[in-house]
Ligand binder design. Structure first.
Ligand SMILES: NC(=O)c1ccc[n+]([C@@H]2O[C@H](COP(=O)([O-])OP(=O)(O)OC[C@H]3O[C@@H](n4cnc5c(N)ncnc54)[C@H](O)[C@@H]3O)[C@@H](O)[C@H]2O)c1
Length: 279
């Protein structure tokens, strides 16, 4: 019998393609046992486009898929509003989860997912992919060790323009119930990195949101200022109002002895690490 870990992917849309590609590179450890989508044609399309084995089982009901396959890992690539219920169901049926961002639609739901995993001794991996870039990991370690001195403040901007066609591509996009706006969807990676790199939890937040351009329920522009438990302040700007052909994101962490910036500009990485000479 194979001792590989089995994976079920639930939700076969845009991001599921990346999960399938990643699993192909990990084929010695994982077997893709099943695909599930409420629209079975999406699962079939994924099998065809990625040249997957015809033996992979297809389901249109994720509860049935989980209880029949009992996979080691359920990769949850569903619309964000379904993350909490699917994660809870998967863990209560014994599966570890790989959960796409955002973890859930509220802090209460996210805490509940975390508590369920702890209680059942299961693992959660979050789709916060930028944490795994080697340079980001090295920076986090050095900041945590105090190599650059105390963290004074931080700042992020995410100018991730999306046009109406993007929002029209699925009914859940831009809704409060299933997606949230520019902060919850597009800016969440940078918020996660900022808090992780600054090494402290937020304890106070002031924010404003607006709908300036897109015909959606949630915000397409959000700005916030946070105070972290270690006393540092951080500013956040997140928007989908900007040029859809020019995605830009940047985080900067200011320390006593250095200013550390990493970002993306139209897919090109940008980095600027400056030592202040200890002054
Ligand atoms: N980590 C990242 O960088 C990243 C990138 C893109 C998307 N995401 C996240 O991934 C999730 C999915 O985004 P997407 O862009 O792939 O969405 P999508 O709309 O392209 O795909 C979602 C799929 O889920 C299916 N679905 C909906 N309800 C279902 C149900 N009840 N049971 C089974 N299938 C159901 C839909 O038919 C669709 O095929 C979102 O939470 C999004 O925030 C993460």
């Amino acid at each position: 019998m194979s001792d590989k870990l089995t994976v079920l992917i639930i939700g076969c849309g845009r991001v599921a393609v990346k999960h399938v590609k990643a699993l192909k590179t990990l084929k010695d450890t994982y077997t893709l046992a099943g695909l599930c989508d409420a629209n079975k044609a999406a699962a079939e399309k994924l099998i065809a486009s990625q040249g997957l084995s015809k033996d992979i089982r297809i389901f249109d009901d994720y509860k049935k898929a989980i209880t029949e396959l009992k996979p080691s890992v359920v990769a949850i690539t569903l619309p964000s509003g379904l993350h909490h219920e699917a994660a809870t169901f998967a863990m209560n049926n014994g599966s570890n989860i790989l959960l796409e961002k955002p973890m859930a639609m509220s802090t209460a739901e996210s805490r509940d997912i975390h508590e369920t995993a702890s209680r059942l001794g299961l693992k959660i991996a979050m789709g916060h992919i930028y944490r795994y870039l080697p340079i980001v990991g090295l920076l986090q370690e050095d900041i945590a060790k105090g190599v650059y001195g105390k963290v004074t403040h931080g700042s992020i901007y995410v100018r991730w323009g999306h046009d109406d066609a993007y929002y029209d591509s699925a009914a859940w996009r831009g809704t409060w119930k299933a997606d949230g706006g520019a902060l919850m969807n597009q800016t969440i990676h940078a918020i996660d990195l900022l808090v992780w790199l600054m090494g402290s939890e937020p304890c106070e937040v002031e924010s404003m949101i607006a709908r300036r351009k897109r015909n959606i329920e949630a915000e397409d522009l959000g700005m916030a200022i946070m105070r972290l438990e270690n006393g540092a302040l951080a500013s956040i700007e997140g928007t989908t109002c900007t040029d859809p052909d020019r995605h830009m994101a940047m985080f900067t962490v200011f320390c006593d002895n250095a200013t550390l910036s990493i970002g993306l500009n139209s897919g090109k990485p940008k980095m600027d690490l400056r030592l202040n000479g200890g002054k």
